[in-house]
Design a binder for this molecule. Structure first.
Ligand code: GRF
Length: 212
């Protein structure tokens, strides 16, 4: 008897990024190495001078700036982006340092298919400046969270987290750097799980399917 091993179809990933793009680069490198069963279709930014755009272009990935100022509502801007995502047959959207809140217009068609990376152990310190919030509160442990985006601010189902100790001489910068190193790891791992169809969401909780 001959067994034919079916090759799994690669997932199409599109990125939303507003700035530097170190998380994007970390994932792109893992994909290049063949560690994630995916291809990056496009990088979309809401900032014309976002450093990520040069980095992704250099890697030969289509990269576009969609100017929010050209639209008369957040939803209209999102519809334009949705159009691009659909044309690119996007399976997964990764918001990696995307500094805009998404409305239901965007979230609905990509329900449980938008991943975000946040620099705190959610549900602690949602929203902006999570690292400063942690230092200001004097917590001793913080970290980062990779989660699906829902209609709330950083409230969606949690895929993976990593913890970091805060030392008393840590600054926002030193802490952000330590968290960032972990962000890169859990974002790549979470995306890999998604691409291998290993994530299951039940009652707003994410379960990882065991390997058979
Ligand atoms: C990261 O700290 C991420 O958690 C937050 O924005 C930052 C983006 O960094 N959402 P980069 O652009 O991926 O380098």
């Amino acid at each position: 008897m001959i067994f034919i091993k079916k090759k799994k179809i690669k997932k199409n990933i599109s990125f939303l990024v507003s700035g530097r793009g170190s998380n994007f680069m970390a994932v792109a490198r893992e994909i290049e190495k063949g560690n994630i069963n995916a291809q990056i279709k496009i990088v979309i930014s809401d900032k014309e001078n976002a450093p990520v755009l040069k980095k992704s272009e250099k890697m030969g990935i289509e990269s576009v700036f969609i100017n929010p100022k050209l639209f008369n509502s957040r939803e209209a801007h999102e519809r334009e982006i949705l159009d691009i995502l659909f044309k690119n047959e996007t399976d997964l959207v990764v918001a990696a340092g995307y500094m805009r809140l998404l409305t239901p217009v965007f979230i609905e068609p990509f329900k449980n298919r938008i991943i975000n990376i946040h620099p705190s152990l959610l549900p602690a310190f949602p929203g902006k400046d999570a690292q400063s919030q942690a230092i200001a509160k004097g917590v001793k442990i913080t970290g980062c969270t990779c989660h699906f985006i829902d209609e709330g601010v950083d409230t969606g189902p949690i895929i993976m987290q990593a913890a970091i100790k805060i030392h008393q001489n840590d600054t926002v910068n030193s802490l952000s750097q330590k968290i960032l190193t972990e962000e890169h790891k859990i974002l790549a791992k979470s995306i890999k799980l998604f691409c291998d169809d290993k994530l299951l969401i039940q009652n707003k909780k994410v379960f990882i399917k065991p390997t058979v």
